[in-house]
Design a protein around this ligand. Sequence first.
Ligand code: GDP
Ligand code: MN
Length: 401
Amino acid sequence: MNIHEYQAKELLAARGVAIPSGEVCDSADRARDIASALLAGGDTLVAVKSQIHAGGRGKGTFKSGYKGGVKLFKTAEEVHAGAAAMLGNVLVTKQTGAEGRLVNKLIVAGAPAIEKELYLAVLLDRVTSRPVIMASTEGGMDIEEVAAHTPEKIFKESVDPAVGLMPYQARRISVQLGLRGDLISQGAKLIAGVYRTWLETDAALIEINPLCIIKGGDGKLKLVALDAKMSLEDNALFRHPDLQGLRDLAEEAPLEIEASKFNLNYIKLDGSIACLVNGAGLAMATMDIIQYFGGRPANFLDVGGGASKEQVTAAFRIILQDPNVKGILVNIFGGIMDCNVIATGIAAAVKETGMKLPLVVRLEGNNVVAGKKTLAESGLTIISGDSMADAAKKVVQDVGA
Ligand code: GDP
Ligand code: MN
Protein backbone atom coordinates (compact mmCIF):
# COMPACT_ATOMS: atom_id res chain seq x y z
CA MET A 1 0.00 0.00 0.00
CA ASN A 2 1.42 3.33 -1.05
CA ILE A 3 0.91 6.41 1.08
CA HIS A 4 1.23 10.11 0.37
CA GLU A 5 4.34 12.21 0.90
CA TYR A 6 2.67 14.20 3.68
CA GLN A 7 1.69 11.00 5.52
CA ALA A 8 5.19 9.55 5.14
CA LYS A 9 6.71 12.76 6.44
CA GLU A 10 4.51 12.66 9.54
CA LEU A 11 5.65 9.11 10.30
CA LEU A 12 9.27 10.10 9.72
CA ALA A 13 9.12 13.33 11.72
CA ALA A 14 7.64 11.43 14.67
CA ARG A 15 10.87 9.41 14.70
CA GLY A 16 13.28 12.31 14.61
CA VAL A 17 13.76 12.78 10.85
CA ALA A 18 14.13 16.46 9.95
CA ILE A 19 11.65 17.70 7.34
CA PRO A 20 10.90 21.23 6.08
CA SER A 21 8.25 23.04 8.11
CA GLY A 22 4.88 23.04 6.42
CA GLU A 23 1.33 21.74 6.32
CA VAL A 24 -1.05 19.81 4.14
CA CYS A 25 -4.23 21.45 2.82
CA ASP A 26 -7.02 21.01 0.29
CA SER A 27 -7.97 24.58 -0.64
CA ALA A 28 -6.18 27.48 -2.28
CA ASP A 29 -7.29 29.84 0.52
CA ARG A 30 -5.78 27.60 3.15
CA ALA A 31 -2.59 27.31 1.05
CA ARG A 32 -2.32 31.10 1.04
CA ASP A 33 -2.72 31.26 4.83
CA ILE A 34 -0.05 28.63 5.41
CA ALA A 35 2.26 30.49 3.01
CA SER A 36 1.66 33.81 4.80
CA ALA A 37 2.62 32.24 8.11
CA LEU A 38 5.76 30.65 6.63
CA LEU A 39 6.85 33.92 4.98
CA ALA A 40 6.20 35.83 8.22
CA GLY A 41 8.29 33.22 10.06
CA GLY A 42 11.37 33.94 7.95
CA ASP A 43 11.03 31.67 4.91
CA THR A 44 11.73 33.51 1.66
CA LEU A 45 10.37 30.86 -0.69
CA VAL A 46 7.38 28.55 -0.36
CA ALA A 47 7.06 25.14 -2.03
CA VAL A 48 3.63 23.92 -3.16
CA LYS A 49 3.60 20.17 -3.75
CA SER A 50 0.83 18.09 -5.34
CA GLN A 51 0.05 15.00 -3.30
CA ILE A 52 -0.37 11.99 -5.57
CA HIS A 53 0.95 8.44 -5.35
CA ALA A 54 3.51 8.97 -8.09
CA GLY A 55 6.89 10.58 -8.47
CA GLY A 56 8.22 12.87 -11.17
CA ARG A 57 5.81 15.59 -10.03
CA GLY A 58 8.38 18.34 -10.37
CA LYS A 59 8.64 17.76 -14.14
CA GLY A 60 4.96 16.84 -14.57
CA THR A 61 2.29 18.80 -16.47
CA PHE A 62 -1.39 19.22 -15.65
CA LYS A 63 -3.99 18.31 -18.26
CA SER A 64 -4.99 21.97 -18.13
CA GLY A 65 -1.55 22.81 -19.53
CA TYR A 66 -0.24 24.18 -16.20
CA LYS A 67 3.39 23.15 -15.79
CA GLY A 68 4.85 21.57 -12.65
CA GLY A 69 3.29 19.59 -9.82
CA VAL A 70 5.94 20.91 -7.41
CA LYS A 71 6.58 24.65 -7.58
CA LEU A 72 8.28 27.38 -5.60
CA PHE A 73 6.71 30.80 -5.02
CA LYS A 74 7.79 34.09 -3.42
CA THR A 75 4.45 35.48 -2.23
CA ALA A 76 1.27 34.21 -0.61
CA GLU A 77 -0.76 35.46 -3.60
CA GLU A 78 1.38 33.42 -6.00
CA VAL A 79 0.88 30.41 -3.75
CA HIS A 80 -2.88 30.98 -3.90
CA ALA A 81 -2.85 31.08 -7.70
CA GLY A 82 -0.54 28.06 -7.97
CA ALA A 83 -2.62 26.03 -5.52
CA ALA A 84 -5.81 26.92 -7.41
CA ALA A 85 -4.20 25.71 -10.65
CA MET A 86 -3.21 22.36 -9.08
CA LEU A 87 -6.18 21.42 -6.89
CA GLY A 88 -8.95 19.56 -8.67
CA ASN A 89 -6.77 19.10 -11.75
CA VAL A 90 -5.13 16.04 -13.21
CA LEU A 91 -1.35 15.84 -13.09
CA VAL A 92 0.49 13.69 -15.63
CA THR A 93 4.04 12.61 -14.78
CA LYS A 94 6.47 9.98 -16.05
CA GLN A 95 5.06 7.61 -13.45
CA THR A 96 1.29 8.21 -13.73
CA GLY A 97 0.71 7.02 -17.28
CA ALA A 98 -1.27 9.14 -19.73
CA GLU A 99 -4.41 9.19 -17.59
CA GLY A 100 -2.62 11.10 -14.80
CA ARG A 101 -3.82 11.56 -11.22
CA LEU A 102 -6.28 13.98 -9.73
CA VAL A 103 -4.70 16.31 -7.16
CA ASN A 104 -6.83 16.68 -4.03
CA LYS A 105 -4.24 17.78 -1.51
CA LEU A 106 -1.13 19.93 -1.38
CA ILE A 107 1.82 20.31 0.92
CA VAL A 108 2.67 23.96 1.46
CA ALA A 109 6.13 24.15 3.03
CA GLY A 110 9.07 26.43 3.53
CA ALA A 111 11.50 26.03 0.62
CA PRO A 112 15.03 26.47 1.90
CA ALA A 113 17.96 27.08 -0.46
CA ILE A 114 19.36 23.69 -1.45
CA GLU A 115 23.15 23.26 -1.28
CA LYS A 116 23.18 19.63 -2.42
CA GLU A 117 20.67 16.91 -3.29
CA LEU A 118 21.36 13.35 -2.09
CA TYR A 119 19.48 10.06 -2.17
CA LEU A 120 18.57 7.69 0.64
CA ALA A 121 16.37 4.58 0.74
CA VAL A 122 15.63 1.65 3.00
CA LEU A 123 14.24 -1.53 1.50
CA LEU A 124 14.42 -5.29 1.71
CA ASP A 125 17.28 -6.93 -0.17
CA ARG A 126 15.78 -10.16 -1.46
CA VAL A 127 19.18 -11.64 -2.26
CA THR A 128 20.51 -11.39 1.29
CA SER A 129 17.03 -11.48 2.93
CA ARG A 130 18.07 -8.45 4.96
CA PRO A 131 17.16 -4.80 5.17
CA VAL A 132 19.48 -2.65 3.11
CA ILE A 133 20.20 1.07 3.30
CA MET A 134 20.90 2.51 -0.11
CA ALA A 135 22.40 5.96 -0.53
CA SER A 136 23.80 8.05 -3.33
CA THR A 137 25.43 11.39 -3.87
CA GLU A 138 23.22 11.74 -6.99
CA GLY A 139 19.96 12.96 -5.47
CA GLY A 140 16.96 14.35 -7.29
CA MET A 141 17.30 11.98 -10.24
CA ASP A 142 15.96 8.51 -11.03
CA ILE A 143 17.99 6.05 -9.00
CA GLU A 144 17.52 3.51 -11.83
CA GLU A 145 19.48 5.88 -14.09
CA VAL A 146 22.23 6.25 -11.51
CA ALA A 147 22.38 2.47 -11.10
CA ALA A 148 22.62 1.99 -14.87
CA HIS A 149 25.24 4.64 -15.66
CA THR A 150 27.23 5.32 -12.49
CA PRO A 151 26.70 2.38 -10.13
CA GLU A 152 29.84 3.37 -8.20
CA LYS A 153 27.88 6.35 -6.87
CA ILE A 154 25.47 4.09 -4.97
CA PHE A 155 26.43 2.90 -1.50
CA LYS A 156 24.77 0.03 0.31
CA GLU A 157 24.79 -1.00 3.92
CA SER A 158 23.25 -4.36 4.75
CA VAL A 159 21.60 -4.56 8.18
CA ASP A 160 21.76 -7.64 10.36
CA PRO A 161 18.16 -7.91 11.59
CA ALA A 162 19.28 -9.55 14.84
CA VAL A 163 21.25 -6.50 15.99
CA GLY A 164 19.61 -3.78 13.90
CA LEU A 165 21.29 -0.83 12.26
CA MET A 166 24.57 -0.10 14.06
CA PRO A 167 25.53 3.56 14.64
CA TYR A 168 28.84 3.07 12.78
CA GLN A 169 26.90 1.97 9.68
CA ALA A 170 24.82 5.15 9.69
CA ARG A 171 28.02 7.21 10.14
CA ARG A 172 29.76 5.33 7.33
CA ILE A 173 26.92 6.16 4.92
CA SER A 174 27.04 9.80 6.03
CA VAL A 175 30.74 9.93 5.19
CA GLN A 176 30.22 8.17 1.87
CA LEU A 177 27.58 10.78 1.06
CA GLY A 178 30.29 13.40 1.43
CA LEU A 179 28.90 14.88 4.65
CA ARG A 180 31.47 16.64 6.80
CA GLY A 181 31.68 18.09 10.29
CA ASP A 182 28.41 18.39 12.17
CA LEU A 183 26.48 17.03 9.16
CA ILE A 184 27.90 13.56 9.81
CA SER A 185 26.06 13.23 13.11
CA GLN A 186 22.94 14.85 11.61
CA GLY A 187 23.14 12.27 8.82
CA ALA A 188 23.60 9.38 11.25
CA LYS A 189 20.57 10.52 13.26
CA LEU A 190 18.43 10.97 10.16
CA ILE A 191 19.41 7.59 8.70
CA ALA A 192 18.65 5.89 12.02
CA GLY A 193 15.24 7.63 12.07
CA VAL A 194 14.39 6.54 8.54
CA TYR A 195 15.45 2.97 9.32
CA ARG A 196 13.38 2.93 12.51
CA THR A 197 10.34 4.21 10.61
CA TRP A 198 10.81 1.49 7.99
CA LEU A 199 11.09 -1.20 10.65
CA GLU A 200 8.27 -0.05 12.93
CA THR A 201 5.73 0.44 10.16
CA ASP A 202 6.61 -2.80 8.33
CA ALA A 203 7.33 -0.69 5.27
CA ALA A 204 8.40 -2.26 2.00
CA LEU A 205 10.21 0.87 0.90
CA ILE A 206 11.09 4.32 2.12
CA GLU A 207 12.79 6.56 -0.40
CA ILE A 208 14.03 10.06 0.35
CA ASN A 209 14.80 11.68 -2.98
CA PRO A 210 16.12 14.25 -2.55
CA LEU A 211 17.65 14.25 0.88
CA CYS A 212 19.00 17.80 1.00
CA ILE A 213 21.74 19.78 2.57
CA ILE A 214 20.15 23.19 3.08
CA LYS A 215 21.32 26.48 4.48
CA GLY A 216 19.17 27.52 7.44
CA GLY A 217 18.23 31.10 8.30
CA ASP A 218 21.14 31.15 10.76
CA GLY A 219 23.57 30.29 7.95
CA LYS A 220 24.15 26.78 9.36
CA LEU A 221 23.99 23.73 7.12
CA LYS A 222 21.20 21.27 7.86
CA LEU A 223 20.13 17.93 6.49
CA VAL A 224 16.40 17.51 5.71
CA ALA A 225 14.17 15.00 3.94
CA LEU A 226 12.68 17.16 1.18
CA ASP A 227 10.69 14.38 -0.44
CA ALA A 228 9.47 11.04 0.93
CA LYS A 229 8.01 8.10 -0.88
CA MET A 230 6.81 5.23 1.24
CA SER A 231 5.01 1.99 0.63
CA LEU A 232 3.79 -0.34 3.35
CA GLU A 233 3.82 -4.11 3.18
CA ASP A 234 0.21 -5.21 2.57
CA ASN A 235 0.73 -8.54 4.32
CA ALA A 236 1.74 -6.79 7.55
CA LEU A 237 -1.01 -4.17 7.57
CA PHE A 238 -3.16 -6.24 9.91
CA ARG A 239 -0.59 -5.46 12.61
CA HIS A 240 -1.07 -1.71 12.14
CA PRO A 241 -4.69 -0.62 12.52
CA ASP A 242 -3.48 2.99 12.78
CA LEU A 243 -1.74 2.80 9.41
CA GLN A 244 -4.68 1.17 7.61
CA GLY A 245 -6.44 4.53 7.78
CA LEU A 246 -3.74 6.06 5.57
CA ARG A 247 -5.07 4.17 2.55
CA ASP A 248 -6.30 6.55 -0.16
CA LEU A 249 -8.80 4.69 -2.33
CA ALA A 250 -8.93 7.60 -4.78
CA GLU A 251 -5.34 6.73 -5.74
CA GLU A 252 -6.04 3.09 -6.49
CA ALA A 253 -7.39 1.69 -9.74
CA PRO A 254 -11.16 1.15 -9.18
CA LEU A 255 -11.02 -2.38 -10.61
CA GLU A 256 -8.21 -3.31 -8.23
CA ILE A 257 -10.28 -2.12 -5.27
CA GLU A 258 -13.25 -4.16 -6.50
CA ALA A 259 -10.97 -7.20 -6.86
CA SER A 260 -9.56 -6.82 -3.35
CA LYS A 261 -13.14 -7.06 -1.98
CA PHE A 262 -13.31 -10.60 -3.38
CA ASN A 263 -9.77 -11.52 -2.31
CA LEU A 264 -8.65 -11.66 -5.90
CA ASN A 265 -5.13 -10.65 -6.86
CA TYR A 266 -5.80 -8.40 -9.85
CA ILE A 267 -3.48 -5.89 -11.44
CA LYS A 268 -4.63 -3.95 -14.47
CA LEU A 269 -2.21 -3.77 -17.39
CA ASP A 270 -2.60 -2.06 -20.74
CA GLY A 271 -2.89 -4.96 -23.22
CA SER A 272 -6.00 -6.48 -24.82
CA ILE A 273 -6.02 -10.12 -23.66
CA ALA A 274 -7.54 -10.62 -20.25
CA CYS A 275 -6.41 -13.67 -18.33
CA LEU A 276 -7.96 -15.57 -15.46
CA VAL A 277 -5.59 -18.00 -13.83
CA ASN A 278 -5.23 -19.91 -10.58
CA GLY A 279 -1.91 -19.39 -8.87
CA ALA A 280 0.45 -16.43 -9.14
CA GLY A 281 3.24 -18.38 -10.82
CA LEU A 282 0.92 -19.77 -13.48
CA ALA A 283 -0.55 -16.28 -13.95
CA MET A 284 2.94 -14.87 -14.61
CA ALA A 285 3.71 -17.71 -17.01
CA THR A 286 0.39 -17.09 -18.79
CA MET A 287 1.24 -13.42 -19.27
CA ASP A 288 4.65 -14.44 -20.64
CA ILE A 289 3.21 -16.92 -23.11
CA ILE A 290 0.65 -14.39 -24.37
CA GLN A 291 3.54 -12.01 -25.07
CA TYR A 292 5.56 -14.84 -26.61
CA PHE A 293 2.85 -15.42 -29.21
CA GLY A 294 2.63 -11.71 -29.96
CA GLY A 295 -0.28 -10.63 -27.75
CA ARG A 296 -0.40 -8.25 -24.80
CA PRO A 297 -1.98 -9.17 -21.45
CA ALA A 298 -4.70 -6.84 -20.15
CA ASN A 299 -4.20 -7.89 -16.56
CA PHE A 300 -2.63 -10.13 -14.02
CA LEU A 301 -5.29 -12.13 -12.22
CA ASP A 302 -4.76 -14.90 -9.73
CA VAL A 303 -8.04 -16.28 -8.40
CA GLY A 304 -6.18 -18.32 -5.82
CA GLY A 305 -5.86 -22.01 -5.16
CA GLY A 306 -9.41 -22.67 -4.03
CA ALA A 307 -11.67 -20.01 -5.51
CA SER A 308 -15.45 -20.18 -5.14
CA LYS A 309 -18.00 -19.80 -7.92
CA GLU A 310 -18.74 -16.27 -6.60
CA GLN A 311 -15.09 -15.32 -6.85
CA VAL A 312 -14.81 -16.62 -10.39
CA THR A 313 -17.96 -14.73 -11.40
CA ALA A 314 -16.63 -11.55 -9.77
CA ALA A 315 -13.28 -12.04 -11.51
CA PHE A 316 -15.03 -12.25 -14.87
CA ARG A 317 -17.09 -9.17 -14.19
CA ILE A 318 -13.93 -7.27 -13.25
CA ILE A 319 -11.87 -8.22 -16.28
CA LEU A 320 -14.79 -7.36 -18.57
CA GLN A 321 -15.04 -3.84 -17.17
CA ASP A 322 -11.71 -3.01 -18.77
CA PRO A 323 -12.69 -1.47 -22.14
CA ASN A 324 -9.36 -2.52 -23.72
CA VAL A 325 -10.16 -6.21 -23.38
CA LYS A 326 -10.74 -7.93 -26.75
CA GLY A 327 -10.42 -11.58 -25.70
CA ILE A 328 -10.10 -13.77 -22.64
CA LEU A 329 -7.79 -16.62 -21.78
CA VAL A 330 -8.72 -18.84 -18.86
CA ASN A 331 -5.81 -21.01 -17.80
CA ILE A 332 -6.56 -23.36 -14.91
CA PHE A 333 -4.41 -26.11 -13.57
CA GLY A 334 -6.58 -27.76 -10.94
CA GLY A 335 -4.58 -28.98 -8.00
CA ILE A 336 -6.74 -27.98 -5.08
CA MET A 337 -8.93 -26.05 -7.49
CA ASP A 338 -11.93 -28.00 -8.74
CA CYS A 339 -12.17 -27.42 -12.51
CA ASN A 340 -15.93 -27.75 -12.36
CA VAL A 341 -16.18 -24.80 -9.96
CA ILE A 342 -14.27 -22.69 -12.45
CA ALA A 343 -16.43 -23.96 -15.32
CA THR A 344 -19.66 -23.21 -13.44
CA GLY A 345 -18.38 -19.74 -12.56
CA ILE A 346 -17.39 -19.04 -16.18
CA ALA A 347 -20.76 -20.20 -17.51
CA ALA A 348 -22.64 -18.09 -14.96
CA ALA A 349 -20.50 -15.01 -15.59
CA VAL A 350 -20.75 -15.21 -19.37
CA LYS A 351 -24.54 -15.50 -19.17
CA GLU A 352 -24.82 -12.72 -16.60
CA THR A 353 -22.68 -10.28 -18.56
CA GLY A 354 -23.80 -11.27 -22.06
CA MET A 355 -20.15 -11.42 -23.02
CA LYS A 356 -19.47 -11.77 -26.77
CA LEU A 357 -15.65 -11.70 -26.81
CA PRO A 358 -13.55 -14.69 -27.84
CA LEU A 359 -13.06 -16.93 -24.83
CA VAL A 360 -10.32 -19.55 -24.83
CA VAL A 361 -10.27 -21.99 -21.96
CA ARG A 362 -7.57 -24.41 -20.97
CA LEU A 363 -8.63 -26.65 -18.09
CA GLU A 364 -6.48 -29.38 -16.65
CA GLY A 365 -6.42 -31.40 -13.45
CA ASN A 366 -8.85 -31.99 -10.61
CA ASN A 367 -12.37 -32.84 -11.84
CA VAL A 368 -11.56 -31.69 -15.36
CA VAL A 369 -14.04 -34.04 -17.06
CA ALA A 370 -16.99 -32.55 -15.17
CA GLY A 371 -15.65 -29.06 -15.87
CA LYS A 372 -15.44 -29.65 -19.62
CA LYS A 373 -18.93 -31.15 -19.58
CA THR A 374 -20.33 -28.07 -17.81
CA LEU A 375 -18.79 -25.81 -20.44
CA ALA A 376 -19.96 -28.02 -23.33
CA GLU A 377 -23.53 -28.05 -22.00
CA SER A 378 -23.60 -24.30 -21.27
CA GLY A 379 -24.39 -23.46 -24.91
CA LEU A 380 -21.64 -20.84 -24.91
CA THR A 381 -19.09 -20.44 -27.68
CA ILE A 382 -15.91 -21.44 -25.97
CA ILE A 383 -12.68 -22.24 -27.74
CA SER A 384 -10.84 -24.91 -25.90
CA GLY A 385 -7.07 -25.02 -25.71
CA ASP A 386 -5.35 -28.40 -25.53
CA SER A 387 -2.27 -27.02 -23.85
CA MET A 388 -1.13 -23.70 -22.47
CA ALA A 389 0.71 -22.89 -25.71
CA ASP A 390 -2.24 -23.94 -27.85
CA ALA A 391 -4.62 -21.79 -25.78
CA ALA A 392 -2.33 -18.76 -25.90
CA LYS A 393 -1.88 -19.10 -29.68
CA LYS A 394 -5.63 -19.34 -30.20
CA VAL A 395 -6.48 -16.29 -28.12
CA VAL A 396 -3.78 -14.19 -29.81
CA GLN A 397 -5.09 -15.29 -33.24
CA ASP A 398 -8.65 -14.39 -32.32
CA VAL A 399 -7.84 -11.03 -30.86
CA GLY A 400 -5.24 -10.12 -33.45
CA ALA A 401 -1.96 -8.86 -32.07
P1 GDP B 1 9.08 14.55 -7.31
O1 GDP B 1 9.43 15.27 -8.59
O2 GDP B 1 7.70 13.95 -7.37
O3 GDP B 1 10.10 13.54 -6.92
O4 GDP B 1 9.00 15.66 -6.17
P2 GDP B 1 10.15 16.26 -5.22
O5 GDP B 1 9.55 16.52 -3.92
O6 GDP B 1 11.37 15.42 -5.23
O7 GDP B 1 10.45 17.66 -5.91
C1 GDP B 1 11.09 17.76 -7.18
C2 GDP B 1 12.26 18.71 -7.14
O8 GDP B 1 11.79 20.01 -6.80
C3 GDP B 1 13.31 18.37 -6.09
O9 GDP B 1 14.27 17.46 -6.56
C4 GDP B 1 13.92 19.74 -5.81
O10 GDP B 1 14.94 20.02 -6.73
C5 GDP B 1 12.75 20.71 -6.04
N1 GDP B 1 12.20 21.10 -4.74
C6 GDP B 1 11.20 20.48 -4.06
N2 GDP B 1 10.99 21.07 -2.89
C7 GDP B 1 11.89 22.08 -2.81
C8 GDP B 1 12.21 23.05 -1.84
O11 GDP B 1 11.62 23.10 -0.77
N3 GDP B 1 13.20 23.95 -2.12
C9 GDP B 1 13.86 23.93 -3.31
N4 GDP B 1 14.81 24.84 -3.54
N5 GDP B 1 13.61 23.02 -4.25
C10 GDP B 1 12.65 22.11 -4.01
MN1 MN C 1 11.48 13.25 -5.43
